[in-house]
Design a protein around this ligand. Structure first.
Ligand SMILES: CC1=C(CCC(=O)O)c2cc3nc(cc4[nH]c(cc5[nH]c(cc1n2)c(C)c5CCC(=O)O)c(CCC(=O)O)c4C)C(CCC(=O)O)=C3C
Ligand SMILES: [Fe+2]
Length: 375
């Protein structure tokens, strides 16, 4: 019997991302795709559209994904993995349905999916799974036999995700003027979500008290803060804060916002802050606008020195983590024991989201989970 390939049973990897506009004409249709049926106030949409127009209508997310795609293909080739890598987005071209159709026509029957979102939550996990189900339904509608899709587990606590961020915090600290460096605070930031969504994030047993979303971010923040202390010998006070809130003002979202936090720590006598966008896998518009533009302007107004540390992007350690997660899951699917790499207190995340994980307000079919209508 020929030896099974290390990637078996998978015959392709799909890089699944959010998508973003690539020019001014894309901005409004992109925002319409994102917000379809989500009840986001018109004022907020105009404001977010303005953020994109400030950058020529181009989101950095696509360039970042092209870089990651290229790095994954190179890494797989260098490690002798003969597995094609495709790219599809939830909200902009290349669109998920088109990519899955192409994959199906190419004969791909068993697909591993890497989402560019590291944590549990409706927006960061189930919504990706709903869009996978929509795309599979479209293929069925077209008379195609849908492939099986498996979403790789959450990687927030994988060393290949955490370690590059430790280095980038060290770089940001070194970049601060020496006289404020030792007293600098670390502000770990992530996307705010409605408190109700946070509380119900992750498997049912994790619900409440901020759910898996907050717990996972706190674990990553603590890991980075501990590693930075070990490296520098300095204890930098830190806090998990939020950014990019949308939705109606009367609905509670996770707080404090990064800008309010900067004001608070300034009032508290902090000499400097490093903003660490642990919630984002690469430089998204939220990083470029909400942190590099808005929060940085706020800090300048206060006279508070700030730096923003780099996201993991296409760091080779992150690319290696993706290969690791793929081989781990492939081995598991072949019934072999696999080492499940994870740092921190929470341990490796589940492979298959259980029923009730990160529920939607209005239930909809979601693929790649225990409640998937597709096998
Ligand atoms: C948790 C989370 C992530 C992280 C996980 C992940 O990465 O998936 C994320 C990522 C992203 N969010 C993005 C863009 C937008 N998100 C919006 C709206 C919303 N996001 C939410 C949550 C999240 N979002 C939520 C609860 C809403 C409210 C509406 C709803 O319940 O769905 C809106 C509408 C306008 C607004 O209100 O801001 C836009 C334009 C982009 C692309 C950026 C680029 O172009 O570089 C990316 C990567
Ligand atoms: Fe989930």
């Amino acid at each position: 019997m020929p030896e099974q390939r290390a990637t078996s049973p998978y015959d392709a990897l799909l890089l699944l991302s959010f998508g973003g506009p690539e020019g001014p004409d894309d901005v409004v249709p992109f925002l319409e795709n994102v917000t379809r049926g989500r009840g986001i106030p018109k004022e907020r949409l105009k404001e977010v559209g303005r953020h994109y127009f400030l950058f020529g209508g181009v989101s950095p997310i696509n360039e970042q994904n092209r870089a990651l795609l290229g790095a994954l293909r190179k890494d797989f080739a260098e490690h002798g993995l003969d597995l094609p890598v495709y790219w599809g987005n939830r909200n902009w071209t290349p669109c998920l349905t088109d990519t899955l159709r192409e994959m199906t026509r190419d004969g791909r029957r068993r697909i591993a999916v890497l989402a560019t979102s590291a944590y549990a939550s409706y927006s960061g996990c189930r919504q990706y799974r709903e869009n996978l189900a929509d795309a599979l339904a479209a293929l069925v509608e077209e008379g195609l036999e849908p492939p099986r899709v498996d979403k790789l587990r959450h990687y927030f606590n994988h060393p290949g995700f955490v370690r590059p961020m430790v280095d980038s915090v060290l770089t940001s600290l070194a970049d601060l003027p020496e006289e404020v460096r030792a007293g600098a605070r670390l502000a770990f930031t992530t996307h705010s979500v409605p408190v109700a969504a946070a509380d119900t994030s992750g498997p049912v047993e994790d619900h409440g008290d901020g759910g898996a979303y907050v717990a996972q971010h706190l674990d990553v923040a603590r890991l980075i803060a501990d590693a930075v202390r070990e490296e520098t010998g300095v204890e930098h006070p830190w806090q998990l804060v939020y950014q990019s809130r949308s939705g109606a003002p009367h609905i509670p979202w996770l707080e404090p916002d990064i800008c309010d936090h900067l004001e608070a720590v300034y009032g508290d006598g902090a000499p400097a802050v490093v903003m660490v966008p642990i919630g984002f896998v690469s430089d998204h518009m939220e990083v470029l606008y909400d942190l590099d533009t808005e929060a940085t302007a706020k800090a300048a107004e206060l006279g508070l020195p700030v730096r923003r540390s780099a996201t993991v992007g296409a760091d080779e350690r992150f690319v290696g983590a993706v290969r690791d997660l793929l081989l781990e899951r492939a081995a598991t699917e072949r019934g072999r024991a696999a080492e499940r790499c994870a740092l921190g207190a929470l341990g490796p995340s589940h492979d298959v989201c259980p029923v009730g994980c990160c529920p939607a307000r209005t239930p909809r079919p979601a693929a790649a989970g225990a409640d998937s209508p597709y096998s």
